[in-house]
Ligand binder design. Structure first.
Ligand code: BGC
Length: 759
């Protein structure tokens, strides 16, 4: 390390000492001086972000990537891990390239590193911002201990369509909750000093509106009004930017007929001019090249368009690397644009402290002692338990007793590899805790756990192949479906209670996993029906990365615990909740529809001119369906507990406020059940009359509280004019005087309300 520091110091012969810690006054002259030495080609090289390719530690210098690095044609690498590998390749950059500029190292550290937390959709159901931040903090500590200093997270795309597989990667449908989570994640990753060796730079993605893909098909077109963008889709990206996120990733989709990657409105007008973003923008994987298929030009044209729009770094496709020099000669781009992009990349490296010490994140001791630690795993277990949502619990089937005989059945019951869920690129799959592991550990010798697989993931082996971690996690059982079910029924018949671990495999959601069927695969449903016929109480432990249509299950299964994909400790956390050691407190961050035809269905919709009368499910010439009511199966914000919470009436401290004033909305929440529990008290507002139509409810606050059995607490929210503002037709952010409603409750449907006026 000493040697390289000397080299770096030798190359940068300025009078200033290089200090990563904040000081922008030092950063500018440092980068000015460095850029003076750079050729145009070297500047363009900084904008290039290839994948890690063919690097082998011992021969990093001789690999194809190694050659490019030596020639100054690489700004950073991604999908590379371990201190040893990263150190080897960084060494090529800082010892063998002309200007010895260190590289940044990115990775998709999405919901944990080796210690995996719940998938983001599950994490959002904790409604616990401290837990969310903590998960990102631990992810950053582990990733940085393995050489990584940049994560492609948080993904803050609002999504209202469960067909879209990537709904699993975000925080659901709500703009307020999504914005809080965006902030917490950025804070968790970046801490308050990016140059510390255990913080990493965040990358907010996918900017923008990626979650509104038509028909829920990945990468598909999005098209919406500006008013909707500003009110319902853009705020979480802005929240992440306001929280100081160092980078932003452009999305694959088009917006207003221009792919985001060439969309100047998004990248420059909104991001830089309106929001004042100071970091750099990277494309998504081959995002520039894909604009050829979008149909807006050849590689040279689309690369120039991307730079013109405000893109700084090109992931994988090398459009910048191979065409920008030519475009510069032809006057299609300017030196100033290349300089500006290069400067932002260098600034990021400076802020990460890499000019001080290019091996800052390559401490072999940390990699041995700070990853997948017992303490991190304990936190992951606690957070996972908080992310589960109890959807049904008739007759208090749950919690289970740690005695008697429990039949654990289902294709997802004994699959460690399936527990972490999508985008778990660094997971320790072999050590993940399956449901079977977790239950067995919890009961010890006090109860008997019998296991049977019960079914394949799906009847169609081709589908199973596509959905089952590319075949890794699921060995197909070659017996007939009936034989597999019969075995499970025999096991169920010997038991006191059946725990059925069913649903989606990890790869059924995430990127490129859109689906038009959002029900539990038929083979598993057949199993469930057979288990119910035994007459034993059945608990459905549901794995999913999207809201599923569970009408039949809700009608027939006494208890349903939605466990998403809970991460490396999921099995232990599932046992914690099933046995009542932890009382479930998760609340849905997306609406669960009754059927796929209701999609998109979300709580903060508009009223229409022909809404249904309260309590009705069909009226002729009203906005509804012939075959299904407008109600969701489970509304946004919903989740049960092993106890009950009752809510008093809402009290307002005043019935009207001036724009400079605030009011307090209070409610008394009582734990009226027999055990302690946590409740998410939710505050919604409706603007009853606007210059534009306003949603029927909008989340504007929440508090997660804990109450002992029998305990009551008065919970207060402060409402200010800021909670009443929205983007009007002219995209002005305003609060309009008039009548408002405030609602408080334990979900978006069951609320108490009161009225007030803004004067
Ligand atoms: C995904 C991004 C991811 C990138 C790098 C892309 O396919 O859309 O979310 O960060 O790959 O792995």
């Amino acid at each position: 390390m000493k040697k390289t520091l000397t080299i770096v110091a030798f190359v940068f012969t300025f009078s200033v000492t290089v200090h990563a810690q904040g000081s922008n006054t030092k950063m500018k002259p440092f980068i000015d001086a460095l850029m003076k030495k750079m050729t145009v080609e070297e500047k363009i090289g900084q904008l290039n972000l290839p994948g890690s390719g063919d690097i082998v530690t011992g021969q990093a210098s001789n690999s194809d990537i190694g050659k490019k690095i030596r020639e100054g044609k690489v700004g950073g690498l991604f999908n590379i891990k371990t201190v040893e590998k990263i150190r080897a390749v960084q060494k090529v950059a800082v010892e063998e390239s002309r200007l010895k500029i260190p590289m940044i190292f990115g990775m998709d550290v999405i919901h944990g590193y080796e210690t995996v937390f719940p998938i983001p959709l599950g994490l959002s159901c904790t409604w616990d911002m401290k837990a969310v931040e903590r998960s990102a903090r631990i992810a950053a500590m582990e990733a940085s201990a393995d050489g990584i200093n940049w994560t492609f997270s948080p993904m803050v795309d609002i999504a209202r369509d469960p067909r879209w597989g990537r709904i699993a990667e975000g925080s659901g449908e709500d703009v307020y909750l999504g914005s809080q989570i965006a902030k917490a994640m950025v804070k968790g990753y970046q801490g308050d000093d990016l140059s510390r060796n255990n913080t990493i730079m965040a990358c907010v993605k996918h900017y923008a509106m990626y979650g509104a893909a038509e028909a829920g098909r990945d990468y598909n077109t999005t098209d919406m009004s500006r008013v909707r963008m500003y009110n319902e889709y853009l705020p979480p990206y802005k929240a992440a930017v306001d929280a100081g996120a160092g980078s932003v990733m452009a999305s694959f989709n088009e917006v207003d007929g221009i792919p985001a990657t060439a969309n100047k409105f998004l990248m420059t007008d909104v991001l830089r001019k309106q929001w004042g973003f100071k970091g750099f923008v990277v494309t998504d994987y081959t995002g520039i090249n894909e604009m050829i298929e979008h149909g807006i030009g050849d590689l040279k044209t689309v690369s120039a368009k991307a730079l013109n729009a405000g893109i700084d770094m090109d992931m994988v496709g090398e459009g910048f690397l191979t065409t920008l020099t030519k475009s510069l000669q032809e006057g299609k781009v300017t030196t100033a644009q290349i300089d500006a992009a290069c400067r932002l990349i260098l600034e990021a490296k400076y802020k990460l402290g890499l000019f001080d010490d290019p091996y800052r994140y390559c401490d072999p001791n940390r990699s041995k002692t700070e990853i997948f630690t017992a303490a991190n795993r304990k936190t992951a277990r606690e957070i996972a338990a908080q992310s589960f949502v109890l959807l049904k619990n008739n007759g208090n089937v749950l919690p289970l007793k740690k005695s008697g005989t429990i039949a654990l059945i289902g294709p997802l019951a004994d699959t460690r590899e399936n527990m972490p869920g999508t985008w778990s690129v660094a997971a320790n799959f072999a050590k993940a805790i399956s449901v079977r592991d977790g239950l067995q550990e919890a009961v010890g010798s006090n109860a008997k756990i019998l296991y049977a697989k019960g079914s394949n993931l799906d009847a169609d082996s081709a589908f199973e192949q596509r959905a089952g971690m590319f075949g890794k996690a699921f060995k197909r059982d070659s017996r007939t479906a009936q034989q597999i079910i019969d075995e499970a029924v025999a096991v169920a018949n010997q038991s006191d209670v059946v725990v059925a671990a069913l649903g989606e495999s990890a790869e059924m959601t995430g990127e490129s996993s859109s689906s038009t069927n959002i029900e539990i695969p038929q083979a598993q449903k057949d199993l469930l029906m057979a288990l119910l016929k035994t007459g034993k109480p059945v608990v459905l432990v549901l794995f999913t990365g999207r809201p599923l249509a569970l009408k039949w299950e809700n009608d027939n299964v006494p208890a349903i615990l939605n466990v998403w994909f809970g991460g490396s400790e999921a099995g232990s956390a599932i046992a914690d909740v099933l046995f009542g050691d932890v009382n479930p407190s998760g609340k849905l961050s997306t609406t669960f529809p009754q059927n796929i035809g209701q999609v998109p269905i979300y709580y903060n919709h508009k009223n229409t001119g022909r809404p249904l009368a309260e309590g009705k499910w069909f009226q002729k010439f009203r906005s509804n369906y012939l075959d299904v009511s407008n109600d969701p199966l489970y509304p946004f914000g919903f989740g049960l507990s092993y106890t009950n919470f009752t809510y008093s009436a809402v009290e307002l401290s005043r019935s009207s406020i001036k724009p400079t004033e605030t009011l307090t909305a209070s409610i008394t929440v009582t734990n009226s059940g027999a055990v302690a529990g946590k409740e998410v008290v939710q505050l919604y507002i409706r603007d009853l009359v606007g210059s534009s139509t306003r949603p029927v409810k909008e989340l504007k606050g929440f508090q997660k509280i804990e109450l002992k059995a029998g305990e009551s607490k008065k919970i207060s929210f402060t409402v200010s004019v800021n909670d009443l503002k929205f983007y009007n037709y002219d995209l002005k952010y305003v609060a309009e005087p008039g009548d408002f409603k405030v609602f408080i409750g334990g979900n978006s449907r069951d609320t108490k309300e009161a009225n007030f006026k803004l004067l």
